[in-house]
Design a protein. Structure first.
Length: 69
């Protein structure tokens, strides 16, 4: 099952990295994609709603990294 893991760009004091975000999900799911949401903190959905909506639309249409649509 595909899994999308989102991490905040300013999470953990700005020190979050892609391996940190995806590591926890890869333990549970083989088909995991991790994406850092830039300019966001703890409240990703409230801070970057349009960005996240594009990610979700693309994820469910099989292209989770494309945000320019």
């Amino acid at each position: 099952m595909p899994v999308l893991a989102l991490g905040a760009g300013y999470g953990f004091g700005g020190n979050i990295t892609m391996p940190t975000v995806i590591y926890g999900m890869k333990i549970l799911a083989q088909n995991a994609t991790g994406i850092i949401v830039p300019n966001s903190g703890h409240w990703i959905l409230e801070e970057r709603p349009v960005f996240v909506i594009k990610l979700l639309n693309n994820f469910f249409s099989a292209d989770p990294t494309e945000t320019s649509k």
